[in-house]
Ligand binder design. Structure first.
Ligand SMILES: [Zn+2]
Length: 171
């Protein structure tokens, strides 16, 4: 299966597979390995809904980072969820990051629908410092619809909003 076919199953209205593969440094970074593809599913489904809600284009500025690439970023967290393909940095055209962040904060703990199962044990990221703390998302199924609860970390900078669905809400 190609990454394009995998993403096509999600029935996204607003994002194309290649947008998820955009990475900020093409020489040092790389593409997400197959075993991590499923990790991005909750995040991109939430972002597709956010795009609908905001009614303006959302640019994915950083999604996957290889551990080696992440280590070269001075400001990046050592246990960044970008390494798990669970996180995305976004900017919404004409909307302050603070306002986008506020909406996402309100959406946390709500249930979202998925056309594909959310893996109970999404792959952890192994980094030299240890493992990213990771709790699998809850999931229940009704008539072919899969559900997951949005739990993760959200914050904003001057020009972007970070969202991840790591499975719990850090303080
Ligand atoms: Zn981020």
């Amino acid at each position: 299966m190609t990454f394009e076919n995998f993403i096509a199953k999600l029935g996204l209205n607003h994002f194309k597979p290649h947008e998820l593969l955009i990475y900020t440094n093409r020489e040092k970074n790389g593409e997400p390995p197959r075993l991590r593809w499923g990790n991005i599913v909750p995040t991109i489904l939430i972002l597709d809904r956010l795009r609908e809600h905001l009614g303006v284009p959302i640019c994915l500025t950083s999604v996957y980072r290889t551990p080696a690439y992440n280590a070269t970023l001075r400001k990046a967290a050592r246990l960044s969820q970008h390494q798990a393909f669970v996180a995305a940095d976004i900017s919404a055209r004409g909307i302050y990051p603070r306002d986008v962040c506020e909406i996402l904060m309100q959406w946390r703990d709500q249930w979202f629908k998925s056309p594909v199962p959310i893996e109970q044990n999404r792959t952890r990221v192994e980094v030299p410092a240890g493992k990213i703390p990771y709790v699998p998302l809850n999931e229940r199924e009704s008539s072919g619809v899969f559900k997951f609860q949005f739990k993760g970390y959200i914050y904003y900078g001057e020009t972007y909003v970070h969202i991840d669905t790591r499975g719990f809400n850090p303080d």
